[in-house]
Design a protein around this ligand. Structure first.
Ligand code: NAP
Length: 335
């Protein structure tokens, strides 16, 4: 089969389209014909050696995707040959070969059926970012569960995969959503997706402007995908007992951070790790995510689709800042 091969930890620019033998499923695994894969910043981090996983080389990247089941192992129950399935975050594309290939082997416990009204491309990129957003919104184990209705949710890097998922899931919880994006066009799209307020994170008056928009309220929960120098402004916007789910650091490390800014308002910060979901927990969370999207009449958002042969263009788009998910067409239905 054809696959994008990672021969070294020197970045996605060095990936090579090559031929490797078809993978064979183990007893609890399924072999998929990949239709569409989707890209994540973590693929690029892994390719630079900036990720905890150090798979055997050559490796095949790609954690997300949708495909048809070609073959199942002897112990697999409930997944049938021919079905169209998506992949919940597992070791596929991390420690084991991923979806940037014509075929991939996935543990059957991490497969889910595509919801009836979703397209292949919508399904391909949804699981990893929606599971991440779900963990970011629900990880706090507060006695009352997810933040109460009309609490204020701030999402940085709102236009990205995790950002869009956080906005949609936040709205499904009845939260007031404040979205940050550097791009005016994307801010308009975020409004159309349901964000109550949108701002440019580079606005020099950001804290004042957000505070004025949300009136007497303060931000209760922030989902931070960006990090960098924005973090201190995110902290400034939080109210007493405010929380930050630290998801990513698209704009790099935090340059200066005074821990005293956390003290008097008892601010809590908590890391998010989508890889922490055990397979059964990911299945439970996914079911709830699909239910909520259906409830608010939304489906996952696709930014762009690149042909299999042009995967580097997809990674470049990711660096630039997408609006939703960058998807790779490996073999569209009918091929
Ligand atoms: N902890 C976890 O388990 C987990 C899971 C998934 C992702 N992540 C991490 O979370 C982050 C976001 O992931 P994603 O999939 O949403 O990424 P993405 O789709 O690439 O989107 C990131 C967004 O961040 C903004 N951004 C990018 N570069 C920026 C910069 N230099 N300064 C300010 N904003 C910037 C962009 O929004 P605008 O252009 O609109 O400003 C972009 O759309 C990444 O760092 C990723 O590695 C972590």
């Amino acid at each position: 089969m054809r696959a994008w091969l990672m021969d070294s930890y020197s970045g996605v620019e060095q990936l090579r389209l090559g031929e490797v033998p078809d993978p064979q499923p183990g007893p609890a695994e399924a072999l998929l014909k990949v239709r569409y894969a989707a890209l994540n910043p973590a693929d690029a981090f892994l390719a630079q050696g900036l990720y905890p996983a150090k798979p055997t080389l050559p490796h095949i990247l790609g954690r997300d995707g949708v495909g048809n089941v070609l073959q199942v192992g002897a112990e697999v129950d409930g997944i049938r040959v021919g079905e169209t399935v998506g992949i919940l975050r597992c070791e596929t594309g991390v420690e084991t070969p991923g979806t940037l290939a014509e075929k991939v082997v996935v543990p059957a416990e991490s497969l889910v059926r595509t919801p009836a009204d979703w397209s292949f491309t919508e399904m391909a990129g949804a699981p990893l970012v929606f599971l991440t957003a779900w963990q970011a919104l629900t990880q706090w184990n507060d006695p009352q569960g997810p933040p109460p209705e009309r609490s204020v949710l701030l999402v940085t890097g709102s236009s990205g995969g995790v950002g869009v998922a956080s906005v949609m899931l936040g709205k499904s919880m009845g939260l007031m959503v404040v979205s940050l994006s550097r791009d005016a066009e994307k801010r308009a799209k975020l409004k159309a997706l349901g964000a109550d307020f949108v701002f440019d994170p580079d606005d020099t008056n950001l804290v004042k402007a957000v505070s004025a928009a949300i009136g007497l309220k303060k931000v209760d929960l922030a989902v931070d995908c960006v990090g960098g120098r924005l973090l201190s402004q995110v902290i400034a916007l939080l109210g007493y007992g405010g929380k930050i789910s630290i998801v990513g650091r698209s704009s790099g490390t935090v340059p200066e951070f005074n821990t005293a800014t956390l003290l008097f308002r008892r601010i809590r910060m908590g890391g998010v790790s989508v890889g922490d979901y055990a397979a059964h927990a990911a299945q439970g969370a996914w079911k709830e995510i699909v239910r909520r999207l259906e409830m608010i009449g939304r489906r996952p958002l696709v930014d762009s689709i690149v042909p299999f042969e042009e995967v580097q263009k997809g990674f470049a788009r990711l660096t630039q800042g997408p609006m939703g998910k960058v998807v790779v067409r490996v073999a569209a239905p009918g091929h």
